[in-house]
Design a protein around this ligand. Sequence first.
Ligand code: UD1
Ligand code: PEP
Length: 447
Amino acid sequence: MYAVIEGGNVPSGRVHVSGAKNSATRLLAAALLTEDHVELHNFPTSLVDAQHKVRFVQSMGANVNVDSEVQTVAVNTPDLDAAKLESARYDVPIRTTYLLAAPQLARSGRARIPYPAGCKIGGGAGGGRGYDLHVMVWEAMGCTVSETPGYIEISAPRKGMRGGSIDFPISTVGGTENALLCAAVASGTTTIYNAYITPEIDDLIELLRRMGADVVAAGNSHIVVTGSTGLLSGAHMNVMADRIEALTWIVYALISGGDLLIKNVPFNAMQVPLIHLEHAGVDLMKSSDSLYVGPESLKSGSIQPFEVACGTHPGVISDMQPFFAMLGLRSAGTSRIFDYRYPERIGFARELAKFLPAGALEARPGAITTRGPQQFKSAEADSTDLRGSMSVLMAALCADGVSQVNNVELALRGYDRLEDKLAKVGASLNVHPDPVRELSRTGASSV
Ligand SMILES: CC(=O)N[C@H]1[C@@H](OP(=O)(O)OP(=O)(O)OC[C@H]2O[C@@H](n3ccc(=O)[nH]c3=O)[C@H](O)[C@@H]2O)O[C@H](CO)[C@@H](O)[C@@H]1O
Ligand SMILES: C=C(OP(=O)(O)O)C(=O)O
């Protein structure tokens, strides 16, 4: 898919932040830990990642009723059959396939999952995003893991998964989620040391508790789960608002000179990023769940240069790094953005540079330097990863003239109803299927 963007329109109006991708997709996996009815509200039904995840679980036999009007999914899973999950049909960049293991293991003692993919942002041993910590989780629960072409296969002991002790060598979002799901349906107690409790993981813990799981979290890094003897029960839950989407709209309003009333902002989940904005001279007008950004938000009339380091929550997370780079490009001087967590996450800078004069943006592993204030010019660029793709779209929206951004499905993995939301605030972005895929007679669907 590619997007054609008519840049230069100044956005104005009201925008509603959707349910968070990084919560919704794991709540959907947790919903398979019961045969009862689970209902998830504020679910971002148009998010490409969520749609893939729904298709994944449907093909394993779950009944998922998606109501896009009210942004709700209802899940009923009397049975699961992993054999129906053919990885060739699901060759999409989904990271969280590992979360589909626990529900299968709880029901049949065996699981089969496609290898985890996700954005190519480096990080693990060998440059890719590793899955060794997931293998560590399954083994700690007494399982045997084998890697076959196309799939990871996991077998539980004869009497089912048993609780264990897991000590993560690094803070891991996915590892903590996987450990929580497995521990909730294993026998006995599981202790997770150096767990990483992000706001989205708080959401997961809340749903598991509502489903009857016994999860005790001490501080931000120690979790004890007393497993249930069987499957869990049904529950209802609201997916938290997406903190990365909220930041995206704030930055877009600031760098475009627009004025946006941003509704459904998860303030508690983004305190430190908001403090960094204040340090860059931005005065945000807040109410209980909304935020107004307009030209008067810039106290001195311009964004002040800043330095920010991306690491673990509650700090600025790596997914926010490209948006701080966008802010830096419009700031009155030199800004520096460091990323200790995913230092290789700089591929997007090469594409973003196409919208800028030479020397405005420098990137080396772990460090981006911007020299502002810059105006963006129209260009054609590729998408390298989800957040990088969104930052390039933002540059195109701010540039005068028409731009094209290719592989825009990467941005749509994380932004629910993006075209509609932009249209409502007067910005113009049109997504088109790739011409090659359009001509295809094989029936292969585009992502
Ligand atoms: C779907 C989701 O929520 N994705 C988020 C999650 O990714 P994800 O869950 O993949 O990230 P983790 O927190 O697990 O990764 C932390 C680090 O550990 C490495 N690692 C992870 C697992 C493993 O088995 N082996 C291994 O080496 C990763 O490559 C990375 O360097 O957190 C990242 C930031 O932390 C975010 O950018 C992603 O948006
Ligand atoms: C990298 C991201 O997601 P994933 O882990 O799903 O690839 C992201 O949300 O920016």
